[in-house]
Write a protein that binds this ligand. Structure first.
Ligand code: OOG
Ligand code: NI
Length: 464
């Protein structure tokens, strides 16, 4: 089949993202309520904050905002992870970043599957935070063996999706009809299953070890556990949730409110109690809590220097609070966060001059009009000062689950704190994945570089 009959991976991802959102809306009606609130608030921000709206127009984020989602799944075995990677590759998603969550008391390590090029992200920024269970961190050999034997028996992919993945790898693409089938078949892997694969006793054993282990092992597949839309004002969301009958967690995770947001701020509502049918228990139902709602606001991607400053200020805030942020100390936490983060400049020019964030550069009308003029500025700073080049922060496309461990804890229940120490093992993760994970910082730097090259070309300059 000629290549021009193939659907682009970006378009398959866009289709899949829309299909996933529709499925989740049916599975979790509260998610639909949340989407309505997010879209209401985003519209308000676009209407009342012209500077924010203008920045989003420069970067093109205004066009992707409505479809922007991240999902999260947890798989049980190395084979499942490697096949998930092949499935996501059909949709142009690659593993980016390595996250060790054992340090946050969760026995998994993770990556984020996402598009890596800004043009692809523009078409569909859909991401899936994907965790692999680490049974090797469980020091109960019987339980480990039980979990392994249960996981060895399940197949989380439909036969047809496996065929289509292989076909896509062989032919280097899928035509429109196959792409549509692929999307529908792939969706099955992420569905919620009311029927557990274990008896109530087995479920209890798994659950007693860690709630997350039961969530991964006791079901037919890695149901999507949340699907998160992007808001332009998470404080307004946090305030607006109770009126919609959605109780939010006590504090928003991440940096404080700023004029120029950085990284990621997230809030969530508690996991739902789901009815579950266990094996050998006809007619009776148990329950399981796994799925929750999350909302996020995204800001500038930080350089290593910016990230270090962020981490230092967040640590100082936690130290000053002298405890975990919760309902009782939420106001004190917010005040401390504000105070500490006064040391992080809230001005794009300063953030750029101090090398704290990554940026995107654009040739302006004025710059284009002056491109033949003798004596015009040719250095980046000169062009910026003369208004020939405009810049905006590059948006953070990744995650902060360890520093936002509050999301995990509030959803696992406060009784579920576990200690695994710090057990980062990227090599083992990549061996399971059968791929290296990409370095997110290198991707931001490349994107910044490409925008500078495009500017130089548009302005008829050698390099910038
Ligand atoms: C993943 C949590 C990570 C985020 O937004 O940081 C995540 C999980 O609970 O499986 O989605
Ligand atoms: Ni999330």
């Amino acid at each position: 089949m000629p290549a021009h009959d193939f659907v682009s991976p970006d378009s398959i991802r866009a289709q899949f993202s829309a299909a996933m959102s529709l499925m989740y809306k049916q599975e979790v009606p509260l998610y639909g309520t949340l989407l309505a609130l997010v879209s209401e608030i985003n519209q308000q921000v676009m209407d009342t904050q012209p500077k924010v709206a203008e920045a989003l127009r420069w970067t093109g984020e205004v066009e992707r905002l409505d479809q922007e989602r991240h999902g999260a799944i947890r798989v049980g075995t190395a084979d499942e992870l490697a096949t998930i990677a092949r499935l996501f590759a059909v949709m142009g998603m690659a593993p980016v970043g390595y996250y060790d969550l054992s340090s946050a008391g969760v026995p998994v390590h993770s990556t984020a599957f996402r598009a890596v090029h800004e043009q692809s992200l523009h078409v569909s920024p859909f991401r899936v935070f994907t965790s692999l269970l680490r049974l090797e961190l469980i020091d109960n050999p019987q339980l480990r063996a039980l979990a392994e034997s249960i996981l060895a028996k399940r197949q989380i992919f439909t036969p047809r999706v496996l065929e289509l993945i292989a076909q896509c790898e062989r032919d280097n693409g899928l035509n429109a009809a196959d792409a549509e089938t692929f999307v529908n078949e792939a969706l099955h892997t992420f569905r919620w299953h009311h029927d557990a694969t274990v008896t109530p006793e087995e479920y209890q054993q798994l659950h007693d070890q860690h709630r997350l282990i039961a969530d991964v092992v006791a079901f037919k597949g890695p149901h999507i556990n949340h699907l998160t839309p992007r808001t332009l004002d998470i404080d307004a969301i946090q305030r607006g949730m109770p009126a919609k009958g959605i109780p939010p967690k006590a504090v928003v995770e991440g940096p404080p409110t700023r004029r120029h947001p950085i990284l990621l701020r997230q809030t969530s509502f508690k996991a739902l109690q789901e009815k579950v049918a266990f094996k050998g228990q006809a007619g009776h139902e148990g329950s399981h809590t796994a799925r929750f709602g999350e909302i996020e606001q995204r800001g500038a991607a930080l350089t290593p220097k910016g990230r270090q400053l962020y981490d230092t200020l967040l640590d100082a805030t936690r130290a000053a609070l002298g405890g975990v942020p919760a309902e009782a100390n939420a106001d004190a936490y917010r005040a401390l966060l504000e105070t500490q983060f006064a040391a992080f400049p809230d001005d794009l020019a300063q953030m750029r001059e101090q090398g704290l964030a990554y940026f995107r550069y654009f040739a302006t009308e004025k710059g284009l009009a002056a491109r033949e003029q003798a004596g015009r500025p040719t250095s980046l700073q000169g062009l910026i000062d003369a208004g020939h080049v405009h810049f905006e922060a590059l948006v953070y496309e990744d995650f902060l689950p360890v520093s936002a461990a509050g999301i995990f804890q509030s959803n696992l229940g406060d009784d579920a704190q576990a200690e695994y120490g710090s057990n980062a093992n990227r090599e083992a993760f990549e061996a399971a994945l059968k791929l290296p994970v990409q370095d997110e910082l290198a991707l931001y730097a490349q994107s910044e570089r490409r925008s500078l090259q495009a500017c130089a070309q548009a302005l008829n300059l050698g390099t910038l």
